[in-house]
Write a protein that binds this ligand. Sequence first.
Ligand SMILES: [Zn+2]
Ligand SMILES: [Zn+2]
Length: 280
Amino acid sequence: MIDSHCHLADDAFAADLAEVAARAQAAGVESALCILSADHEAEIGRAAAVKTAWPGVRFAAAIHPHRAGAYAGRVPEAARVAEASARAVDAAAVGEIGLDYHYDFAPKDVQRDVFAAQVEVAVALGRPVVVHTRLATDDTMAVLREAGSGRVRGVMHCFSGTLPEARLALDLGFYISLSGILTFPKAGDLRDMARQLPADRLLVETDAPFLAPVPHRGKRNEPAWVRSTLETLAAVRQTAVADLAQQVRLNFFAFLGVPGTAAHAGGPQTRVDTPPTPMV
Ligand SMILES: [Zn+2]
Ligand SMILES: [Zn+2]
């Protein structure tokens, strides 16, 4: 299994990171994309400890839209910080970046400028983007389209939109990552949407420590629990959990543009032999 989005360097895991990482690996979670806040010194500093506790982890770093307000009037500084942190942790992706008009912690125009600047960082580094968008589909897609179709690749993380909204992202070549929200009783519309997504664009995530899936809802989330979301997605799509896990694994390494490790033993394909973009 793969957890395509978690925050293992968050304060919430500072006390028991090794145990959390051990439980994930024991549960069969081969790799995870650990999202780092590029301008959060403690998080960037903990990246090495995360890698030690769980060598299969890969990193993404950037300025989250919630923190974009600090860069009003100095957007190039946001790009500089994002790039420096991404390089420092050998990031496989740039993220999470995007627009959040629900919490609205930063002015919308500043969020858009910081988002667009970091998309360019990803292009320059040859990395995919991890996009966070909330109540901001139109503006998010506009920024990605303006950056140029084919130049930017990435994932819409914690996707909870409609099928037409998913299609906008799919048309840009993006992956769709589903979180524990998929397991919530009231998420029938999301499950209907997830049933119709193309198999080769699916990812699953925990967004730990947030959004714990059923039956852990309300607790601190952790990567081992990505299984609940995977199982729900498999049930919805009427496919075997092992087959879906293998598909998601291939999707994850294709999304990152890197060959997977050969650790997997459950399916006919054990490696991504022809990654779409060579690792730089
Ligand atoms: Zn997010
Ligand atoms: Zn997140």
